[in-house]
Write a protein that binds this ligand. Structure first.
Ligand code: GDP
Length: 597
C-alpha cells in the first residue's frame, strides 16, 4: 500500500527544483531522518513507534511541545531500530533552501519553550509534521540494536540512448511547452511588509517600471496609516514582449505603526495560510481544475529601516514566524541615507543577526541553469543579500541620459546603478532569474509544509487542531455528519433568505410599474376629457355662427343644400346629353370612314 509518506517522497523526488537545495548543516542523515519520522509516525499504532522509524529523527522544529511529547512517548516505547535511509536521505536534504544558520548558543531573546501537554500512552501517536527545510531541533542518535538488512530492491536499468534515423518531432516539445506557457500567462504574488514610509510603494513602482500603485488609489503613507494591520491586494496585468504576467501585490498597511505591535504579524500569517487553504481546497475538490489559480504568496519583501543598528525586535519576530511559511527576501530601505561603508557594516550586522536568531530567509540558488558569465553574475548578485535599495518614481535627464533616481544638491542617487544601490540585483534576481524558483519553492516547500500540517491536524504553531483525535471513528463520523447537516441547513436558510429578498425586490418592482401604469392611465384620461371639452366648445361656437349667418342672409343651410343639389343634378343631365350627342357624331363618322371605334 502506498502510504502518505511514500507519495510525498515520490512527489518531492519528481520535482527537479528540489535537487539543488542545500541543507544548512552538513548532516544529511539527520535531516532525512527528521522528515522520515514524520511520515513514519503516520504508520505507528497502539502507542508504539514502528521499528522502521529512525531513532535519530527529531520531531518538527516549530512545536516544541510536540517535540517534548514525542520524546516522552518514545521513552515509553521499545527502542526503535536503526534503518538504512540512504535513498530517502538524499531527497529530504535537498529540500532546504533557506538560510538558517545554527549557532551553538540560542539567543536570549528567543521565546521560552512551552511545557508539553501530557501524552496518553494508549493514544495513537499524533503524526508530527516536519518543516521540510528546517534544520532545527535535530535530536542526537541514540544507540540501537542492529536491524536485519533490507531486501535488495530490483535495480532499475538506465535506458540506452539510441540514435534516430530521421527527424521524429519530439525535439519540438520545448516549443510546445513554451507556447502553452505564454498562452496561459504567468501569475506572481509579491508581498511587501515593513513600516509605512519605508518606500515600499515607490520600490514596487520602480521594480515594474510602471505605476503599479496608483497615486489616487494609493495615497501616501501618512494617509494610509491604520490602527490595525490590514492586508490589501492589488492586481495588475503586465505585458512584456507578448508575455502576460498577472502580478498581485499584497500590501500590509499599518504593520509596525502602532505603539504596541504585539501580534501585528498575525493578520499576515492568516492571509498567507488562507491562500494555502484556498489552494488545498481547490486541489481536493472532486471536480477540480487541472491547474487551480495560484494565489499563494510567492515572495515577501521585508523592508528593514536603514537605522544602522541592526534588526529591531519586530523584524526578528516577523521573520522568525513567517520564515517557514513564505520566501522572505530582506531589503534595506532607503539605502541612499547611508554611506557605502555604513551600508556594508549594516548588511553584515543584519546577516549576523539572521544567523543568530535562526531566521529562515529565501536562499537564492547559486545555479540558475545559466552558464559562463550568467552564472558568475548570479553569484555576485547573490552575495548582495540583504539588498540595500533606493526607490524613485522620477526620471531625471542628465547628459542626454534618462536616469531613474533621486536628485540631491550633491548629486543623483541612481536607482539602476549597482554602485549606488542593489536595486538592479534585487530586480534581476527576483524577476529575471528566480521568479520561477520562488514559485517552485512556495509550492514544493512552504505549501507542502502547510499541507502536511493540515493533513496531520496540526495548527500553524504545531499544536493539534482537533482535540478529538482519540475519538471512536463512528462518533467522529457522526459528528462530521452533524457538522455537514448544520452546514447544509445554514446554506439552505441562506438560500431561502436570498430567495425571499429576490421575491421582495420583484414585488416592489411590480408595484412600482403598476403605479406607473395607473399614473399614465389617469394622465391619458384627463387629456381626453380636456379634448372632449374643447370639441364641445368649438361645436357650440359653430352652431352660434351658423345661426347668425342664417339670420343675416335669410337663408337656411337646408335651403342652400337643396339648391346646390338641384344645380348639380341639372349640370349632370346637361353633361349627359352632350356626351350622347358626341357619341352619335362619332359613330356616324366611323361608319362613313369604315373605322371601328
Ligand atoms: P510606503 O509607505 O512604504 O509605501 O512608502 P512610500 O513609497 O509611499 O514612500 C514614502 C516616502 O519615502 C516618499 O516621500 C518617497 O519619495 C520616499 N522614498 C521612497 N523610496 C526612497 C528611497 O529609496 N530613499 C529615500 N531617501 N526616500 C525614499
Amino acid at each position: 500500500m502506498t502510504s502518505l509518506s511514500d507519495s510525498l517522497v515520490n512527489r518531492s523526488r519528481s520535482r527537479p527544483v528540489l535537487s539543488r537545495y542545500k541543507p544548512n548543516i552538513g548532516n544529511l542523515d539527520q535531516l532525512q531522518s527528521k522528515r522520515e519520522l514524520f511520515f513514519k509516525s503516520d504508520t505507528v499504532s497502539g502507542g508504539g513507534v514502528s521499528a522502521s522509524v529512525p531513532p535519530s529523527a527529531a520531531p518538527p522544529a516549530p512545536p516544541s511541545t510536540l517535540k517534548d511529547a514525542l520524546s516522552k512517548r518514545s521513552a515509553t516505547l521499545p527502542e526503535p531500530q536503526e534503518t538504512n535511509h540512504v535513498e530517502a536521505n538524499g531527497i529530504a536534504t535537498k529540500h532546504s533552501n533557506s538560510v538558517s544558520v545554527d549557532v551553538s548558543k540560542p539567543p536570549s531573546t528567543a521565546p521560552p519553550p512551552t511545557p508539553a501537554p501530557p501524552v496518553p500512552i494508549s493514544a495513537p501517536p499524533a503524526p508530527v509534521p516536519t518543516p521540510l527545510r528546517s534544520t532545527e531541533n535535530i535530536m542526537k542518535k541514540p544507540e540501537h540494536p542492529p536491524v536485519a538488512p533490507k531486501p535488495d530492491l530490483p535495480k532499475i536499468e538506465k535506458p540506452k540512448t539510441k540514435e534516430l534515423d530521421g527527424y521524429v518531432g519530439f525535439a519540438n516539445l520545448p516549443n510546445q511547452v513554451y507556447r502553452k506557457a505564454v498562452k496561459k500567462g504567468f501569475e506572481f504574488t509579491l508581498m511587501v511588509v515593513g513600516e509605512s514610509g519605508l518606500g515600499k510603494s515607490t520600490l514596487i513602482n520602480s521594480l515594474f517600471l510602471t505605476e503599479v500603485y496608483d497615486k489616487d488609489k494609493h495615497p501616501g503613507p501618512s494617509l494610509r496609516v491604520k490602527k490595525t494591520v490590514g492586508v490589501e491586494t492589488s492586481v495588475v496585468l503586465l505585458k512584456e514582449n507578448g508575455v502576460n504576467l498577472t502580478l498581485t501585490i499584497v500590501d500590509t498597511p499599518g504593520f509596525g505603526d502602532a505603539v504596541d505591535n504585539s501580534n501585528c504579524w498575525q493578520p499576515i500569517i492568516d492571509f498567507v495560510e488562507s491562500k494555502y487553504e484556498e489552494f488545498l481546497n481547490a486541489e481536493s475538490r472532486v471536480a477540480r481544475k487541472a491547474a487551480p489559480p495560484d494565489t499563494r504568496v510567492h515572495c515577501c519583501l521585508y523592508f528593514i529601516a536603514p537605522s544602522g543598528h541592526g534588526l529591531k525586535p519586530l523584524d526578528v519576530e516577523f521573520m522568525q514566524r513567517l520564515g517557514d511559511k513564505v520566501n522572505i527576501i530582506p531589503v534595506i530601505a532607503k539605502a541612499d541615507t547611508m554611506t557605502p561603508e555604513e551600508c556594508k557594516d549594516f548588511k553584515e550586522q543584519i546577516m549576523k543577526e539572521i544567523g543568530q536568531h535562526k531566521i529562515k530567509i529565501y536562499d537564492f540558488p547559486e545555479s540558475t541553469g545559466e552558464e559562463g558569465d550568467g552564472a558568475d553574475v548570479t553569484k555576485s548578485l547573490r552575495a548582495r543579500v540583504p539588498f540595500a535599495v533606493v526607490g524613485a518614481n522620477t526620471v531625471i535627464e542628465q547628459d542626454g541620459r534618462r536616469i531613474r533616481g533621486r536628485k540631491y544638491p550633491w548629486g543623483i542617487a541612481e536607482v539602476e546603478n549597482l554602485e549606488h544601490c542593489d536595486f538592479l540585483a534585487l530586480r534581476n534576481m527576483v524577476i529575471r532569474t528566480h521568479l520561477q524558483d520562488l514559485k517552485d519553492v512556495t509550492s514544493s516547500v512552504h505549501y507542502e509544509n502547510y499541507r502536511c500540517r493540515k493533513l496531520a491536524g496540526l495548527s500553524h504553531d504545531g499544536k493539534p487542531h482537533r482535540t478529538n483525535s482519540n475519538k471512536n471513528p463512528l462518533a467522529q463520523m457522526e459528528e462530521e455528519k452533524r457538522e455537514h447537516d448544520l452546514k447544509m441547513e445554514k446554506m439552505e436558510s441562506e438560500m431561502e433568505q436570498i430567495f425571499q429578498t429576490k421575491v421582495r425586490d420583484k414585488r416592489a418592482k411590480l408595484k412600482e410599474s403598476e403605479a406607473e401604469l395607473a399614473r399614465r392611465h389617469e394622465a391619458t384620461r384627463r387629456a381626453l376629457e380636456a379634448q372632449a371639452r374643447e370639441l364641445d366648445e368649438r361645436q357650440r361656437a359653430l352652431n352660434a355662427e351658423r345661426a347668425a349667418w342664417e339670420r343675416d342672409t335669410g337663408l337656411s343651410l337646408d335651403d342652400l343644400r337643396r339648391r346646390s343639389l338641384e344645380a348639380n343634378s341639372k349640370e349632370t343631365v346637361d353633361g349627359k346629353e352632350k356626351k350622347d350627342k358626341k357619341k352619335k357624331d362619332w359613330s356616324f363618322k366611323s361608319v362613313a370612314t369604315g373605322i371601328s371605334i
